[in-house]
Write a protein that binds this ligand. Structure first.
Ligand code: NCD
Length: 314
């Protein structure tokens, strides 16, 4: 049976909207995109399409990979980052900015510090909106690339033990990925965080009927058990009192020594940027995927997502 493209013309706001069928569809296309890139082929799939990338918060990977994805498929881009040079600096509302760029482009990718901002943009936009991070809310496309990375290694989700480590309170990547994994199968979660940075209760409430959750503050025992260790930086920009950040920023550091305790089949993931949570001596460990597969998969998944949303794949 041919699977339907459930992404066509849709906004991508939260992982809650994806069905298992959607993901199977998207990941099959992601594998195709990977082949296109690896073969160095020039694709014209999105020729004539233009994407606005509207970023009100800093970004390297998400910004760069969306642009690369569009260009690798032959499309055009309007890259806006920083906003100092756009009318936002003159006090323009988000709604008016969206109304502007829907006139110039076929899809808008937005990153903004406010939770719910992508949804707000989608309410006024006639072109699809992709949420590339709404404050401490969600980061659905990061979760897609993370899930693709995990599936590429383990083939299935059932039975996997996954540790999320670091700023689980403010980290939107862990919010999205934990919800997405719970949807995919019977996983066991280990939420490892200092007390003040624990996973928000509302997310735990959403997860707890489907998966088992163990919360811990120490990593030493947890690291021995898990198949996936997903660590995040402490999100400095979400702290109003920077002295609290300074005290807590180095709470976890993955070192070579700590990795000796981990399983042979572990994968060590990080959405990046890292600011000291993983010592560089770990980078060459074959279990470390954050500087390699994980990042590359971001390009392939976003190529597939743009093509699916714009109706260029069936
Ligand atoms: C993350 C983000 O922006 O949420 N980065 C990313 O998109 N890869 C993680 C972070 O900033 O810590």
């Amino acid at each position: 049976m041919k699977r339907k493209n459930g992404f066509l013309g849709k906004d991508i706001l939260s992982v809650d909207q994806f069905s298992k069928e959607d993901l199977t569809f998207l990941f099959r296309k992601t594998t195709l995109m990977k082949k296109i890139v690896k073969a160095g082929k020039k694709s014209k799939m999105l020729q004539g399409k233009i994407m606005t990338v509207l970023f009100y918060e800093p970004s390297s990977r998400t910004f760069g990979s969306f642009i690369s994805a569009m260009q690798r498929l032959g499309g055009g881009i309007i890259p806006l980052q920083g906003m100092t040079y756009s009318s936002v600096a003159k006090g323009e509302t988000l709604e008016d900015t969206i109304r502007t760029f829907e006139c110039y482009s076929d899809i808008i990718v937005i990153r903004h510090p406010e939770v719910g901002s992508a949804k707000k943009a989608a309410l006024v936009s006639t072109v699809p909106i992709i949420n590339a991070g709404d404050g401490v809310g969600e980061h659905p496309t990061q979760a897609l690339l993370d899930l693709f990375t995990i599936l590429s290694k383990f083939k299935k989700i059932d039975g996997l033990k996954v540790a999320f480590v670091g700023d689980l309170l403010n980290g939107r990547t862990v919010h999205s990925l934990s919800k997405l994994l719970a949807k995919m199968g019977k996983v066991e979660f280990f939420f490892v965080a200092p007390k003040i940075l624990r996973m928000p209760q509302e997310i735990k409430d959403q997860l707890k009927n489907r998966v088992s959750i163990i919360e811990a503050e120490k990593l030493d025992e947890v690291i021995k058990k898990v198949n996936v260790l997903y660590i995040t930086r402490v999100q400095k920009e979400r702290f109003s009192d920077l002295s609290i950040y300074e005290n807590i920023k180095n709470f976890y550091i993955i070192t070579k020594k700590l990795m000796e305790k981990a399983r042979k089949d572990l994968i060590l993931m990080h959405p990046l940027p890292r600011v000291g949570e993983i010592s560089t001596e770990v980078d060459n460990d074959s279990r470390a995927v954050y500087l390699t597969e994980q990042m590359r998969n971001g390009l392939y998944v976003r190529m597939a997502l743009l093509a699916a949303t714009l109706g260029k794949i069936k």
